[in-house]
Ligand binder design. Structure first.
Ligand SMILES: Cc1ncc(COP(=O)(O)O)c(C=O)c1O
Length: 414
C-alpha cells in the first residue's frame, strides 16, 4: 500500500516526527550537513564501532594477546556473526557464517552448488549482474565444466529447464533496483531440479529476506553495505541446512576442517555451516561488523520495509515532478513488490551530476553508463533528507553546475 506522500517540507518533517524508526538515526555518526544516499555502497559509521575496535586493540590484542582466541570469543566469531546476520535474512541459527569477501563466498557457494548436480550442464545467470557475479560464474563454469547461460530477469524462470544445475542471481539488481520474488524463483528452480543461489548484497538489512522460508539452497551477501560493517567488511554465506552434510566447497582450508587443531594430514569437512570457512578470520574487521550489527537490534523489518518504500516513492515522485524538465529520468520499478531500496536517475551527464551533488552534500554514486544511484537506508534517513536532496538537485541542474570541468574528472572509485 502506498503511504500518503508529503507535499511540503513541513509535511515531510511531520512524517519524521511520527516515524517509529526515527530514534535509530542516533545509532550512527553522520557528518553535519550531509545527506547520505550511498549506504548501499558503504554504510556509515555506527556508534559503538570506534569504542569496540579500541577495546579489541588495547585489551584483547594488546594485552591478552593470543589467549583472546579463546577468552574473547574470536574463534566463534564467524559463526556468531553469521547467526546475527541470519536474523536479518530469515535464516535460522547455524546456517550463516561470516568471513572472506563476497566474491570469494560466491565462488565457494557456486562450485559447491554445481557439485550438488553433477549430472547437469548449465549455470544460468543474468547479463545485468554486478560484474563480480558474472566473472565468478564464468570461472566456476569453466572449472566444473558447465555452460554459462544468460537470461534477463523477466525471462529467468522460463529459461530454467532440466539442463540447469544452478541458477545464480542477485535478489536486488545493483543498477535497476529490480527485486526478484525470492520464494517464486526458488520454487521454479527446484521444480526443474536445479539449485538456487542468491546474492543478497543489496538486500541484507534493506528489504525483507526469508531464506529458510524461500527454501533457498545457498546465498551470499556483503558486510559493508546496508550492514554498515566498514570498508571491506567480511561478507557472509548461507547454506540451507539440508546441504550441510553434502556441500563440497572448493576452498578446503583448515578452518573448514572438523577439528582444525588436530592438524590432520587429510581434510575432513566440519559438520554444519563451519565447513564453508577457509582460513583465519580477520578479527579486527569482524569486530567492527559485530558492533555495527548492534544498529539493527530491535529493528522491525516490517517498519523498515514500509519506510524504505515511502522514501523511494517520495524520491521518485519529486524527481518526476521537479527534475524531469531537466532531462532526468527515473530508473526503478514502480511496483513495490519489484523494488529494492534504491533509485537510479538517468541523465546523459550523470557523472557530473553526481559530483556536483556531492559538492552540495548529497552523496550518491555513479554507475556506467549514465546512472546516478541513490540508496535509501531507513535507519538513518529522514523524509526531510529526501526533500532537501531534491532541492539541492534542482539547484545543481538549474545552474548547470554538473557541466563544470572539475566534475568531469573520473576518480578511481566512482
Ligand atoms: C551484487 C554484488 N555482489 C558483490 C559485490 C561486491 O563483491 P566484493 O565484496 O567481493 O567486492 C557487489 C558490490 O557492489 C555487488 O553489488
Amino acid at each position: 500500500m502506498t503511504a500518503v506522500l508529503p507535499t511540503s517540507r513541513a509535511e515531510a518533517a511531520a512524517l519524521d516526527a511520527a516515524d517509529p524508526l526515527a530514534p535509530y538515526r542516533d545509532r550512527f555518526e553522520l557528518p553535519d550537513g550531509v545527506i547520505y544516499l550511498d549506504g548501499n555502497s558503504l554504510g556509515p559509521l555506527p556508534r559503538g564501532v570506534r569504542e569496540r575496535l579500541a577495546r579489541v586493540i588495547d585489551h584483547e590484542w594488546g594485552h591478552d594477546l593470543i589467549q583472546s582466541w579463546n577468552t574473547a570469543g574470536w574463534y566463534e566469531m564467524p559463526r556468531r556473526l553469521g547467526d546475527r546476520i541470519g536474523r536479518l535474512v530469515g535464516a535460522r541459527p547455524g546456517t550463516v557464517v561470516a568471513g572472506d569477501s563476497t566474491s570469494v563466498q560466491l565462488f565457494k557457494v557456486l562450485v559447491g552448488a554445481a557439485r550438488l548436480r553433477p549430472d547437469r550442464r548449465v549455470l544460468l545467470t543474468e547479463p545485468g549482474n554486478f560484474p563480480t557475479d558474472s566473472y565468478v560464474a564464468g570461472s566456476v563454469a569453466r572449472l566444473v565444466g558447465l555452460d554459462l547461460r544468460w537470461a534477463e530477469p523477466e525471462e529467468l524462470v522460463d529459461a530454467v529447464d532440466d539442463d540447469v544445475a544452478v541458477v545464480a542471481v542477485s535478489h536486488v539488481d545493483y543498477r535497476t533496483g529490480r527485486m526478484h520474488d525470492g520464494a517464486a524463483v526458488t520454487a521454479a528452480v527446484h521444480e526443474a531440479g536445479g539449485v538456487m543461489s542468491w546474492d543478497l548484497a543489496h538486500s541484507a538489512g534493506a528489504v525483507p529476506v526469508a531464506l529458510d522460508d524461500w527454501n533457498a539452497d545457498v546465498a551470499v551477501g556483503c558486510g559493508y553495505k546496508y550492514l554498515n560493517g566498514g570498508p571491506g567488511a567480511p561478507a557472509f554465506t548461507y547454506v540451507n541446512r539440508r546441504w550441510h552434510d553434502t556441500i563440497d566447497q572448493p576452498l578446503a582450508g583448515w578452518w573448514g576442517h572438523a577439528d582444525p587443531f588436530a592438524l590432520e594430514r587429510d581434510f575432513r569437512p566440519a559438520p554444519g555451516i563451519a565447513r564453508m570457512q577457509v582460513g583465519t578470520p580477520p578479527v579486527l574487521a569482524m569486530s567492527a561488523l559485530d558492533a555495527a550489527l548492534d544498529a539493527y537490534d530491535g529493528v522491525d523489518m516490517v517498519d523498515l520495509r514500509a519506510k524504505s518504500l515511502a522514501l523511494t516513492d517520495l524520491f521518485v515522485e519529486l524527481t518526476e515532478s521537479r527534475l524531469r524538465p531537466y532531462g532526468v529520468e527515473v530508473e526503478v520499478p514502480r511496483e513495490h513488490a519489484l523494488r529494492g531500496s534504491q533509485v537510479c536517475l538517468r541523465h546523459p551527464q550523470a557523472y557530473g551530476l553526481v559530483q556536483a551533488l556531492i559538492a552540495r552534500g548529497v552523496i550518491g554514486d555513479y554507475r556506467e553508463p549514465d546512472l546516478g544511484r541513490f540508496g535509501f537506508t531507513p535507519l538513518y534517513l529522514r523524509y526531510v533528507d529526501v526533500w532537501d536532496a531534491l532541492d539541492r538537485a534542482v539547484a545543481v541542474l538549474d545552474a548547470g553546475e554538473y557541466l563544470s570541468p572539475e566534475y568531469q574528472v573520473r576518480a578511481a572509485v566512482t
